[in-house]
Design a protein around this ligand. Structure first.
Ligand code: SUG
Length: 421
């Protein structure tokens, strides 16, 4: 039976604060701070446990080989002699933000009846531009069943950041949906990371019905305020869109096009007068997982930062007191990821599929999470000071930690795998 599975990026042992993402205010303002990889990964595990407790299906994507020696070799260097900037870019644990792994179109939306996944090229940021081979290798394993079609990346220079700039709305997960691709053209002083050409290429690859596909421009004001991905200012689930008033360049046209195609659409818009963009972005109110619970109600899985912002939590209380479609709030602590600009929604890739068609090594229950937590507790570095990333002992610990994890989950083939094409 088709259902939604959230695949969370397991936070890797090299998680650190290098300040690599221009336009991501959390990441740049925390540059140079000491990170806590072990705690970070355990926070991610706790979030997955909380989602399992809500009755949701949960999967994982695994950390990539870091440092990425293959990438450094392609740049005619190696980790020891690389510049400090290249070292940091080669070591980044950024693959944890699985919402940027791929764009996913569930089977009911595609003309060939398969679930399509296109790995994101992430070409805008150097430290993310070398994620796709490691992601593609995993997607090909996890979704090898003929129920899926897994595609390679859109070629450069058309930046594609995956599901973070894509929303799907439908009456139910298994019904045909409206797919909404959000792209940027200008971002004030910050880069617009999703190009319309890339979104259009993905929509073609996924064989979507053009009549049920929308291309919507992200507002320049939102990007300039730090919304480097659409999922920082909007999230959708089923027939519900939850968005900030200033998320889109032309909201009235978007809402009209949407309700024209999906008359059941329910739009919950948060006015800038109630929650300004700065509060929305620092609290990650919209980087929540909007999920349908087994009883059909919707819940919003929010970061702790949304509760601690008085204006944001005041607005949420009013929303819950009303009679809207979002009936429950669930708060999770993902502070280590948040400090790099990654909230609960960034950490997961949603796939609508029958779990029986997914490689079981990528699916988790509480027992499997216990097993993963034991590996993390034993092998993940407790702290990383960005000044220490040249230390060979730290690098050996990071590499051994990932090997221990792949061994534990039975996916040793990924240790140095590259996609075959
Ligand atoms: O691409 N941060 C990530 C955060 C991605 C969040 N994902 C979504 N919104 N879906 C990024 O900006 C910071 C890494 C560093 O600076 O060390 C970073 O890559």
């Amino acid at each position: 039976m088709l259902t939604e599975i959230n695949f969370d990026g397991l936070i890797g042992p090299s998680h650190n604060y290098a300040g690599l993402s221009h336009g991501n205010l959390a990441a740049t303002s925390n540059a140079g701070k000491t990170s806590r990889p072990r705690e970070a990964a355990l926070q991610g595990i706790a979030k997955m446990r909380a989602n399992l407790a809500l009755g949701l299906n949960q999967g994982i994507l695994l950390p990539h080989a870091r440092p990425d020696h293959a990438w450094l070799t392609a740049l005619s260097t190696d980790y020891k002699s690389a510049t400090p900037a290249l070292k940091a870019q080669a070591l980044s644990a950024s693959a944890m933000w699985a919402a940027n792994a791929a764009t996913v179109s569930p089977a009911p939306d595609s003309q060939d009846g398969r679930c399509h996944l296109s790995v994101a090229n992430l070409v805008t940021m150097p430290h993310r531009s070398h994620e796709w081979p490691g992601t593609l290798a995993q997607l090909r394993l996890a979704f090898a069943n003929p129920a899926f079609a897994v595609h390679g990346p859109v070629p450069a220079p058309f930046g594609d950041e995956g599901a973070a700039n894509h929303m799907r709305m439908a009456n139910g997960h298994a019904s045909p949906g409206i797919e909404i691709f959000v792209y940027g053209t200008a971002g004030g002083g910050f880069p617009a990371r999703q190009r319309r050409e890339a979104s259009e290429a993905v929509a073609r690859a996924h064989r979507l019905d053009p009549a049920r596909t929308l291309f919507v421009e992200q507002s320049e004001t939102a990007i300039a305020a730090g919304a480097f991905h659409n999922d920082v200012v909007a999230v959708a689930n089923g027939p519900v869109l939850f968005a900030h008033e200033l998320a889109f360049a032309d909201r009235e046209r978007f809402y009209a096009d949407l309700t024209d195609r999906l008359p059941e659409a329910q739009i919950i818009e948060v006015p800038a007068a109630a929650v300004c963009l700065a509060d929305a972005i620092s609290s990650y109110l919209f980087n929540a997982q909007l999920v349908t619970l087994p009883d059909g109600d919707m819940a919003l899985v929010l970061p702790e930062e949304a509760r601690s912002n008085a204006r944001v939590s005041g607005w949420l209380q009013l929303m819950i007191a009303g009679n809207g479609p979002i009936r429950q709030l669930k708060v999770v602590d993902v502070r280590e990821s948040m400090a790099n600009g990654g909230g609960p929604a960034c950490l997961r890739l949603r796939v609508v599929a029958d779990p029986a068609t997914v490689d079981p090594r990528f699916l988790v229950n509480d027992q499997r999470l216990d097993q993963l937590a034991a590996v993390i507790e034993r092998h993940w570095p407790e702290t990383i000071d960005p000044n220490e990333i040249g230390n060979p002992a730290l690098i050996a610990d990071i590499e051994n930690a990932r090997i221990a994890l792949l061994d534990a989950v039975g996916i040793v083939g990924l240790i140095d795998s590259l996609p075959s094409s």
